[in-house]
Design a protein around this ligand. Sequence first.
Ligand SMILES: Nc1nc2c(c(=O)[nH]1)N[C@@H](CN(C=O)c1ccc(C(=O)N[C@@H](CCC(=O)O)C(=O)O)cc1)CN2
Ligand SMILES: [Mg+2]
Length: 289
Amino acid sequence: MHTATIINGKEVAAQLRRDIAGMVRARAEQGRMCPGLAVILVGEDAASKVYVRSKIKACEEAGFLSRSFRLAADTSQQVLLALIDELNEDPQIHGILVQLPLPDHMHVPAVVERIVPAKDVDGFHPYNLGRLAAKSPILRPCTPYGCMRLLDAYGISPMGKNAVIVGASNIVGRPAALELLLRGATVTVCHVKTRDLQAELARADIVLVAIGSPGFIKAEWLKPGATVIDVGINRLASGKLVGDVDFESARDKVAAITPVPGGVGPMTIACLLQNTLEACEALDVAQAS
Ligand SMILES: Nc1nc2c(c(=O)[nH]1)N[C@@H](CN(C=O)c1ccc(C(=O)N[C@@H](CCC(=O)O)C(=O)O)cc1)CN2
Ligand SMILES: [Mg+2]
């Protein structure tokens, strides 16, 4: 029976984090600053708390300075913007991250756009998205960037391939389209208004799914030999975490697939560290000149 290569994001992320820690140690030996990340969490979203804790732990393990800010769910947007203004000016902080989702009374674009682009380690600021769209990325959204690094790690080139993205979110689908286009794929982005998703998937060599619907993508919709990147993280009533793709049936049909957990998720955090290190290096150079 054919069975797919399981793309081990945990392992690839761990190696990237070790490499980053090595670079931070080398910086320290040269008397250069360690990268500093500020993480802001507004409210009590349970999953967000887990992700923020993982990010802070990853910072500590890589030798970064991390500062964490917990704001109550009813904090005004003005207070959040004032905190961002302070961090924008703080020379020890090279990366500022506001964990999403934000409470409903906040306007996400206004918050994201308050972060100076040089410290926007989530890569969500229109300046950084624009740089990616214009083929000269600087800080890139962590999850799509992590997906590309997974493809690289497994020698899977998007060049000339049909890539179909399912889900057009600002965090994943849209920037993933730009990443795949940059790597030479022919890109289709599907979303809730797409008329015939199955027809699009039938010719997809690379499928990247980020919709937040457990097991939505069925094995019979996939092209034999495709590569499947599953960004979905869905917790079932049983407590089990599953992706947006029906993994158990898909693995018998495709060439390679990311598992959930242990696929894309760990890469998001490793790429956040990578971006923070790059932001630190760029700010260092800017200060020296
Ligand atoms: N400001 C941001 N907010 C959000 C982002 C983001 O990149 N920036 N992405 C997601 C959540 N996210 C990081 O914040 C994230 C999600 C999942 C994982 C992860 O490691 N998942 C593990 C499973 C973890 C578990 O047991 O729950 C896996 O897939 O193996 C890391 C980060 C939304 N918000
Ligand atoms: Mg995963």
